[in-house]
Design a protein around this ligand. Sequence first.
Ligand SMILES: Nc1ncnc2c1ncn2[C@@H]1O[C@H](COP(=O)(O)OP(=O)(O)OP(=O)(O)O)[C@@H](O)[C@H]1O
Ligand SMILES: [Mg+2]
Length: 419
Amino acid sequence: MAASSILLVDADDAARDQIREVLTKVGYSVTTVDTEEEAFEKATDHNLVVLDVLKGGQSPADICRKIRATPALVAIPVLCISQSDEVDERIRFLEAGADDVIAQPFDARELEARVEALLLRFQRSRDLAPVLAADTSPPKRRKMVTIFSPKGGVGATTIAVNTAAAVAENPGGSVLLIDLDLQFGQVAWHLNLQPAQTVVDVSRDVSAQREPELLRTYTAHHDSGISVLAAPGSPQLAESVTGQDVERILATAVKAYDSVVVDAGSVLDARALAALEGADTVIFPVYPEMSALKALRSLLDYLNESGTISSKATFVLNNVFASDMLKMPAIEDVLGTKIVSVLPYDPFLYMKAVNVGVPIVRGAPRSIAAQHLVRLAASAFAPENGVAIHTIQPKHEERKPGRLGSLLRPGRNGRKPAN
Ligand SMILES: Nc1ncnc2c1ncn2[C@@H]1O[C@H](COP(=O)(O)OP(=O)(O)OP(=O)(O)O)[C@@H](O)[C@H]1O
Ligand SMILES: [Mg+2]
């Protein structure tokens, strides 16, 4: 830890000397700069950025926001120094994406403790990692992101809808959101849409499963620019969709759209497995409750055996409770993996978004929740953002066909089970 290097962005001579002295005394290597240009030039070579005042009176919150919007810097924690203890100023930094804020005047021990805590949080993957190693595959554009949870009610649809809406904000690319929570899918409600056709209709049209042009005709259009392939209105209809249908639909979807987001719900059947298998990134919402964590851990072990989520799993702690009874280290220990994305609790925002049918990233874009959701979307589609994507190593060196293999790969008779 003491060898970590810190980039201190500070144009105030006295503050700079004070902070540098505190941090070098405990063994950190500190580089100081005082302009935005230098900060961006040097940030990637450091483990942490400490952001104080800038030359020319530029707003540190704006620089923080720019750092957070830069894919190559998403993995670097940012500690902002606020010039007063006012709540508004601290919130401004947090809204800009700061990982922590410390107010002037501060005690040297508090600065040390906050820096150490941030570095620990971001380095924890290397320390923990019984099942985890860094993704070393060369960067390629990720096209399909699947969200799945073995437990319902954990925010999977919220994440799926906001991921699609955040990606749709970027000009130029087409985005398809598929609701594969086939029994009780709620994507259409989250977007206030009444789709005329659903996944079931595509499952009856083999040509549409193979032809990008035809597949597009089954989607509903949302104002945000997202195309939506909705779940059927009744659980009874869901049964007719097979794992093979889903496999074909997804293979065609990535040809028809630049980005595909799949809400795979919380039932692990052949349809969900096809969505996990086909994805470039799998987002697992993490529900901070012990039985849910254990269920997720056993799912990960199950999927590991087949190598299904190797190189593509990312975990998002969704703080659905007002108080955090389980602390991050305990959660990471149960899962055996690192969590780098967190969604903050909010008593109204998420509920309102569902009730009015407007995703948070559109309805409350300046909220902290929206900022976190935008970052999550960016890192899910861009492997160069690195930290959010992990390889979960199979338990055994040799990859076995595993249970997933037997479910999804053709058997001796060349057929797969329907569901
Ligand atoms: N961080 C949060 N803070 C407060 N409420 C939240 C948070 N995340 C999600 N919620 C609320 O929790 C509920 C469940 O969210 P959501 O529908 O996205 O979960 P899900 O996993 O898709 O559920 P289901 O299994 O029913 O499909 C919603 O009412 C949502 O508004
Ligand atoms: Mg849902």
